[in-house]
Design a protein around this ligand. Structure first.
Ligand code: BES
Ligand code: MN
Ligand code: ZN
Length: 488
């Protein structure tokens, strides 16, 4: 969808539908002229309680030529005192998907007469853009219509804001597409191709042989049961300008990239296994964020690492009891081949830590326990550095990609001590969200590091205001905000 900005009056702009955001406790005050020209029908309908301006409530009226827009769509923002970016995002999402599903609406507009400083207009537009995503690549007929254009009616300069919004949308779309693509097509090799197609980013793919030489025994053990070759994908983006020059070391973003997780020899139950194509959602988020960061020419140096592999129970698959050696020299006893994410990430984190980066952030669909703890409402965050944790928390508040911190008490070490090796890859059921995080911590050394478990937020089984069913693209906006706020 094309986004444009025009300094035009609400009532005088020709379009198929004009979106009018309404505060519950303010009503139609900002839209006096439209109300008058529609014979006060809008205020009657509010007085009757047909539309009240509740959060994400929408109401459509035809205008029969009385104003230039052919239709007006009122979109509820809730109470003014309780306004938030997230309420705006959700209202925008509801409004745009409603109009998308309507016949006859192609070119829509958004009135900004009603936005206060407390309610960023771009959040509303962000919600609109994110809600319009559809994954139709495998349907013979893609008969769902889209919207052609959105015009923001504003006298302000929107150039930078539109650039930001378009990159956020494109990065999120890339992440969602990769996650939604089934594992027969989205193999580790296909993920490497997707990385190679990014502009302004250098990509190096470490093949199996070289990974062996580097000593990535844990990562490689995951891929053994599959005919798909593992691809350890490393992306580098060099930031533009003074700020990037002052940045001494890059930020490293690591994304879990298991293109399909059957569990391996410790095979998962059949029910719901088809969803395990989303076990590369961390890698997709890293690619999406790097696409947007480079598209925006952000002044930061960023390295992305996707240790891609497929976890299948083939004839040469790893077995429970096997011991593997990581790039750090630490050995790991594989208790459960279904705890494969941390094996791949251990080598990725160890590889990253060797070059003393500014920070390491890993994003991973790591544990089922994440959803037991937090449901679908937040990702779990663990880390070894208060400043980095603070920066991620701030980015989380900006984007409403929620994080909730979990502890990494020293006592958890005991849970993952092995009789035969330095560590074991599972610590039993109790505390399995945090013992997974503790396992990763062992490979970060002194590098500031944060782990984000997105197992329960990377996929949604139901449509949400601006998150259509399926892959959510979570992490893209959080990482991007984090990078935007970064100081050299
Ligand atoms: N990819 C899964 C975690 C997962 C589960 C993500 C459900 C999304 C939805 C991970 O590799 C896994 O299998 N974890 C196991 C670890 C266990 C064997 C210690 C788990 O959490 O059950
Ligand atoms: Mn698994
Ligand atoms: Zn997994």
């Amino acid at each position: 969808m094309k986004i444009a900005v025009r300094d035009a009056k609400d009532a005088d702009f020709s379009c198929d539908a004009l979106v009018l955001p309404v505060f519950e406790d303010e009503g139609l005050a900002p839209y006096g002229e439209i109300d008058r020209r529609l014979d006060n029908l809008p205020s009657k309908m509010m007085a009757d309680g047909e539309f009240r301006g509740r959060p994400a409530e929408v109401f459509l009226l035809h205008t029969y030529g009385k104003v230039k827009p052919s239709r007006v769509l009122f979109a509820g923002l809730g109470k003014k005192g309780e306004a938030s970016g997230e309420k705006a995002r959700r209202a925008g999402g509801k409004a745009a998907s409603y109009l998308r599903d309507l016949r006859g609406t192609n070119d829509i507009a958004l009135s900004t007469s009603n936005f206060s400083r407390t309610l960023p207009q771009e959040d509303f537009v962000e919600g609109m853009l994110l809600s319009l995503y559809r994954f139709g690549a495998y349907k013979k007929e893609e008969n769902e219509k889209g919207l052609r254009s959105l015009t923001v009616l504003s006298a302000q300069d929107w150039k930078e804001r539109i650039r930001w919004l378009e990159e956020v949308e494109a990065g999120t779309r890339l992440a969602r597409d990769l996650v939604n693509t089934p594992a027969n097509d989205l193999t580790p090799s296909a993920l490497a191709e997707a990385a190679l197609s990014l502009k302004k980013v250098k990509v190096k793919v470490i093949e199996k042989k070289e990974a062996e030489k580097l000593g990535m025994g844990a990562y490689l053990s995951v891929a053994r049961g599959s005919h798909e070759p593992p691809k350890f994908i490393v992306l580098t983006y060099e930031g533009q300008g003074e700020k990037a020059k002052n940045q001494k070391a890059p930020v490293v973003l690591i994304g879990k990239s298991i293109t399909f997780d059957s569990g391996g020899i410790s095979i998962k139950p059949g029910e719901g296994m088809e969803k395990m194509k989303y076990d590369m959602a961390g890698g997709a988020a890293v690619l999406g964020a790097m696409k947007a960061a480079s598209g925006l020419d952000m002044p930061v140096d960023v390295t992305g690492i996707l240790p891609a592999a497929e976890n299948l129970p083939g004839g040469s698959a790893s077995r429970p009891g096997d011991i593997v050696k990581t790039i750090t020299g630490k050995t790991v006893e594989i208790i459960n081949t279904d705890a494969e994410g941390r094996l791949a990430l251990a080598d990725a984190i160890g590889y990253a830590a060797r070059s003393n980066p500014k920070a390491i952030i890993d994003v991973a669909t790591l544990t089922g326990a994440c959803s037991i703890a937090l449901g679908n409402e937040a990702m779990a965050m663990m880390g070894n550095d208060e400043e980095l944790i603070g920066a991620i928390t701030a980015a989380s508040e900006e984007t409403n990609e929620r994080v909730w911190r979990m502890p990494l008490y020293d006592e958890y070490k005991e849970y993952i001590e092995s009789d035969a090796a330095d560590l074991k890859n599972t610590g039993g059921r109790s505390g399995s969200l945090v013992t997974a995080g503790y396992f990763l911590k062992e490979f970060a050394g002194n590098t500031p590091w944060v782990h984000l478990d997105i197992a329960s937020t990377a996929w949604t089984d139901k449509d949400k205001a601006y998150l259509p069913k399926g892959a959510t693209g979570i992490g893209v906006r959080l990482l991007l905000s984090f990078l935007k706020n970064l100081r050299a």
